[in-house]
Design a protein around this ligand. Structure first.
Ligand SMILES: C[S@@+](CC[C@H](N)C(=O)[O-])C[C@H]1O[C@@H](n2cnc3c(N)ncnc32)[C@H](O)[C@@H]1O
Length: 207
C-alpha cells in the first residue's frame, strides 16, 4: 500500500503541487473501492497522478473504465498511463472538457457513475463543466481544489446546493507545514439519480 503512495507522487515539484496529494489520493481510492463505478470520467489529468489513483482502485475492484479528459497531453502522462491504456482500462481524450467533443463523448457514454473534476478552475469553466457533465451522473461527483474560490463559485452557479445539503460532503486535507498555494480540498456530491430532481438550467441560459 505504501508502495502505491510512493509511486503516485511526482518528481516535478510544481506539477506535484497541482496534483492530488497522497491523502486525497487515498480518499479517492477508498471512495472508488466502496462505490464500485463502471464508467468513470476524469476532467484534468495533468501528469496522470489522479488518473492512476482512480485506475488502481478500478483494478482492485476488478471492473470499471476511466475516460480521462485534458485539453492538452503532458509528456509525463504518456509513460505513466500507457500500460493502462494498452490493457483497456483507460481511454485518453485530448479536448476541452466542456467543448463540442466533450459533449459528444458525454452523449456517447450516456451515464457516468463517478465524475472527478479537476480541470480549469475559473468559475466560468467549472460552471460549464458542471452544466455539461452533472446531468450525466448517476452516482458521485468529486471536485478537487474545493478550497479555491473559483471552484466553489462555479459549482454554486450551476448547482442549487442549498436545496440538496444532504448530498454534499467536503473535506480539506491539510499537511502540517505545507503551504497550499495551488489549492486543495475535495468535495463530494451524491447524485443518485443524476440531476433529474435538481432544477439545473441547461447550458447557454440567457443572462
Ligand atoms: C490541477 S491540473 C489536474 C491535476 C490532476 N487531476 C492530478 O491530480 O494529478 C488541471 C488540468 O486541467 C487541464 N485543463 C485546463 N483547462 C481545461 C479544459 N478546458 N478542458 C480540459 N482540461 C483542462 C490542464 O491542462 C491541467 O492538466
Amino acid at each position: 500500500m505504501i508502495d502505491l503512495e510512493r509511486q503516485l507522487t511526482s518528481t516535478h515539484e510544481k506539477l506535484m503541487r497541482m496534483s492530488v496529494r497522497p491523502g486525497e489520493g487515498w480518499t479517492m481510492y477508498g471512495l472508488i473501492r466502496m462505490m464500485r463505478p463502471q464508467t468513470v470520467v476524469e476532467i484534468g489529468r495533468l501528469e496522470g497522478i489522479s488518473s492512476e489513483w482512480i485506475l488502481n482502485a478500478l483494478e482492485a475492484n476488478g471492473k470499471g473504465h476511466l475516460h480521462s479528459i485534458d485539453i492538452k497531453t503532458r509528456q509525463e502522462s504518456i509513460p505513466r498511463l500507457a500500460a493502462w491504456v494498452n490493457k483497456g482500462a483507460a481511454t485518453i481524450h485530448e479536448f476541452d472538457s466542456h467543448g463540442p467533443k466533450a459533449a459528444e463523448l458525454a452523449g456517447k457514454l450516456g451515464t457516468v457513475d463517478f465524475l472527478f473534476v479537476d480541470g480549469c478552475h475559473t468559475p466560468e469553466a467549472v460552471e460549464a463543466d458542471c452544466r455539461l457533465w452533472l446531468p450525466r451522473v448517476k452516482g458521485y461527483v468529486l471536485f478537487h481544489d474545493w478550497a479555491f474560490e473559483g471552484v466553489r463559485v462555479g459549482i454554486r452557479r450551476a448547482v442549487p446546493m442549498e436545496k440538496f445539503p444532504r448530498y454534499v460532503a467536503s473535506y480539506e486535507h491539510m499537511v502540517a507545514g505545507e503551504v497550499h498555494t495551488h489549492g486543495h480540498g475535495l468535495m463530494l456530491l451524491h447524485l443518485p439519480d443524476g440531476l433529474r430532481s435538481m432544477p439545473i438550467e441547461p447550458p447557454g441560459r440567457p443572462g
